[in-house]
Design a protein around this ligand. Structure first.
Ligand SMILES: Cc1cc2nc3c(=O)[nH]c(=O)nc-3n(C[C@H](O)[C@H](O)[C@H](O)COP(=O)(O)OP(=O)(O)OC[C@H]3O[C@@H](n4cnc5c(N)ncnc54)[C@H](O)[C@@H]3O)c2cc1C
Length: 499
């Protein structure tokens, strides 16, 4: 794959310029004063190499620039965005992975405020779930109709148990966070068996599988109960949106002013005497070497051992944090497939489909088929046509597709989604101990503070703060803004830009 440097033009130059002017001077001064862990030693330089051009990597580049550093992003594929990327077909963009964000995500919305009008596409307010071959309607609000629908679908016992879980998640909310070490207390206190061991089968197959499949491409028997409670603790809160111009516009903004090198695969992070000294890799057939004293690793966790030597304990931790594969097919038809009342379907464990939804509320002819879960996994390497026909057949068993297919795009995410795993806090502790022993190294990604785009940005900010010596340990981090960046003027400036 040929390497190229992305040239990115500002979406709204005046805003970006104002923002940079406000933050640059003080950030440079602060950066010049800071030292990586092991105070007193000089910076090798101001370059920070970032491995991976997904949202965690480009987020790290963005925060690094605000801190007066010079980021270089090395991305092995030919495009940016990773699992939240977007592609264009006949002039129309669509996401090939992550797309929705919540109204209460501080960093994500803060970044958007810097360049984007606050007009978003609304996400589906309700959803349908196939439970034992029947389609049931739900919405996120506690209405009488929803209550009755739930009783019809999972029975009174199921409803009581579900409500009990929601109450418990609300009660224990302070512990249900990946910040600090709070989740550890929760994990130590409770029965570590998977979700299905804690609830009636019908709940595990239906409403709760929706969380495990959408957030981790995992079955309930592969998903930790603590992680489920963590997801339930924010269920129904805030509203969810997507960007009218797709995530492509976000990545364009984040890459703004950064040296981004696509087609650059990192094969080794060089460490000498407990200190990062450079990054090595290949661009096409040509090897490259970039000397630097700071690296942010922003790839999925399971990729890290390929280019970084980890001790046995950390390698074991990597293996115990599972990623489950899936495929996403964007298919466009010449007639609507969904209706205003029904635009999102969660399938049952017997189906190769995990979840399907209309691409946008106003694009009901455009379908996102997600093939995920145990039934889907052996099929994911079939060719595109076969995969599409399996998806359509499974969908038609539940709901008709009347229109003719105009085009389809298949994106396999064989690396998968992070499902956190059992005893996650212990795995993370072992993993992060690598950072204590290696100066100039930081991690960012979906395995640290949540498997969504906000979690990735939080981890990106934490990584930059770790490299500038502001935080010694990720375990000392608490959710934004209290300590993650509450006293950082440059970050505050970023977040304070009015819409
Ligand atoms: C189908 C799907 C739907 C989703 N829906 C949502 C959603 O609605 N909302 C939400 O918030 N999240 C969603 N997510 C999750 C979200 O997309 C991910 O959590 C997030 O994109 C992960 O970003 P990342 O930067 O950590 O990793 P990635 O996006 O995987 O980026 C890592 C990058 O590193 C590169 N790389 C790997 N190894 C190397 C190497 N050796 N050298 C150089 N580069 C390398 C990869 O090519 C990749 O581009 C969804 C995910 C999927 C797959």
């Amino acid at each position: 794959m040929a390497g190229r440097r992305a040239s990115v033009s500002p979406a709204q130059p005046w805003r970006v310029a104002t923002l940079c002017a406000l933050s640059r001077t003080s950030a440079r001064r602060r950066a010049a004063r800071r030292r990586p862990r092991g105070q007193g030693e000089p910076f090798m330089d101001e370059v920070v190499c970032i491995v991976g051009g997904g949202i965690a990597g480009l987020g790290a580049a963005h925060f690094a620039r605000l801190q007066g550093l010079t980021p270089i992003v090395l991305e092995e594929s030919g495009s940016l965005g990773g699992r939240a990327g977007a592609v264009c077909h006949n002039g129309e963009w669509f996401e090939t992975g992550g797309k929705n964000f919540a109204s209460d995500w501080t960093l994500f919305n803060g970044i958007l405020r810097g360049f984007h009008s606050q007009t978003f596409d609304r996400q589906h307010p309700n959803f349908h779930i196939v439970i034992r071959d029947r389609l049931h309607a739900f919405d996120k609000k506690a209405t009488l109709t929803n209550g009755l629908n739930m009783i019809r679908s999972v029975g009174l016992r199921g409803v009581l148990r579900f409500n009990g879980l929601l109450k418990r998640a609300a009660r224990e909310r302070d512990e249900l966070t990946y910040f600090g070490d709070a989740i550890r207390r929760h994990e130590l206190r409770y029965d570590p068996r998977p979700v299905n061991a804690h609830v009636p089968a019908i709940l595990a197959e239906g409403p709760l599988r929706m969380f495990t499949i959408i957030m981790g491409a995992a079955e309930p028997d592969e998903f930790s109960f603590a992680t489920l409670l963590l997801l339930l603790s924010s269920f129904g809160k805030g509203s969810h949106h997507s960007l009218p111009e797709t995530t492509a516009v976000l990545f364009k903004h984040l890459a703004q002013g950064t040296d981004v090198r696509t087609g650059h695969r990192v094969t080794r992070i060089a460490v000498d005497n407990g200190r990062v000294t450079g990054v090595e890799g290949r661009c096409g057939g040509t090897p490259f070497h970039i000397p630097t004293g700071r690296v942010v690793v922003a790839t999925p966790l399971h990729r890290v051992p390929v280019f970084l030597e980890l001790g046995a304990a950390a390698a074991h931790a990597v293996a115990s944090i599972p990623y489950h594969p899936l495929a996403l097919i964007n298919a466009d038809y010449d007639e609507d497939v969904f209706t205003p009342e029904m635009n999102s379907i969660m399938f049952d464990p017997g189906s190769p489909l995990g979840h399907c939804s209309a691409n946008r509320m106003h694009k009901r002819h455009s379908v996102r088929f997600t093939l995920s879960g145990r039934r889907a996994r052996p099929l994911l390497t079939l060719d595109d046509d076969r995969l599409l026909s399996i998806a359509q057949d499974a969908f038609r068993r539940i709901h008709p597709i009347r229109g003719r297919l105009r085009y389809a795009h298949v994106q396999r995410h064989l690396g998968g989604l992070c499902a956190y795993g059992f005893h996650y806090s212990e795995s993370r502790r072992r993993l992060l101990s690598v950072l204590d022993g290696t100066r100039g190294l930081a991690f960012a990604g979906d395995y640290l503070f949540g498997h969504n785009m906000e979690g990735c940005l939080q981890s990106a900010m934490a990584a930059v703060r770790h490299l500038t010596g502001e935080i010694g340990s990720y375990h000392r981090l608490h959710a934004y803004p209290e300590s993650a960046c509450g006293h950082d003027a440059a970050m505050r400036t970023l977040l304070a830009v009015p819409s």
